[in-house]
Design a protein around this ligand. Structure first.
Ligand SMILES: O=c1cc[nH]c(=O)[nH]1
Length: 217
């Protein structure tokens, strides 16, 4: 059973037609895995969040299967462990959206809401999906900080504030001032690849959360 998105009124429809390539891929997945979610993956978290965590896009066997960001594959292992460690969640994280996990003070949004082939949305798909990100950020009035996971989420979040990525270079641990006093922190994406290769370790990830907590909690 899927919990209702805290931003239900701002989510795309299950059959959002905006990106032809992603629509075709969704159809393929629905045919092959009819029991999966196979639709835009809604936001998950606290509508009163001070911290927005911006991911890239659903993973095929993860969020695209479960309907909840960063669950169902390994992409969420470090993320949900870290949220728990910093008191930003309660309950237990499992693949099943009925696990009772709740976020407190944080919300997870994806820069692209539909599953992209090879986990790679095109620049056009990023642009086409961005209005949803912008609307959702605007619908979260208590947001004071963002953690962007990876370069693409960073760029899309900057653009959603009307800022130029060339003026705000991505680097793990970097912080960027946003209009209105909010602060954006960069992290490498917490993908299985990055954690397995040691590009991102738990202490490195926790440092970014600590900075965000010290700045904005
Ligand atoms: O960025 C990501 C990666 C996996 N799952 C998501 O929902 N987003």
């Amino acid at each position: 059973m899927l919990m209702e998105s805290p931003l239900a009124a701002t989510e795309p429809s299950r059959d959002c037609p905006r990106c032809p390539r992603l629509v075709a891929f969704r159809r393929e997945c629905r045919a092959e895995f009819p029991d999966w979610w196979n639709a835009p993956v809604p936001a998950f978290g606290d509508p009163g969040a001070w911290l927005g965590i911006i991911g890239l896009a659903p993973g095929k066997h993860g969020a695209n299967r479960t309907g909840r960001p960063f669950t169902g594959d390994y992409a969420g292992d470090l993320l949900y462990a870290t949220l728990g460690k910093f008191g930003l969640s309660s309950g237990t994280y499992a693949a099943d959206p009925g696990d009772g996990l709740r976020l407190k003070g944080a919300i997870i949004l994806n820069a692209v809401k539909c599953l992209p082939p090879e986990n790679k949305p095109t620049p056009q798909e990023m642009n086409t999906c961005r209005p949803f990100l912008e609307t959702q950020i605007s619908a979260l009035p208590r947001l004071r900080a963002f953690i962007t996971l990876g370069l693409i989420a960073h760029q899309s979040t900057l653009r959603s504030f009307g800022l130029k990525p060339s003026h705000h270079k991505f680097a793990h641990g970097a912080r960027h001032a946003l209009p209105g006093g909010q602060v954006l922190f960069n992290s490498y994406h917490c993908s299985r690849y990055n954690t397995n290769t040691g590009r991102l370790t738990a202490p490195m990830f926790e440092d970014v959360f600590r900075m965000a907590m010290e700045t904005a909690a």
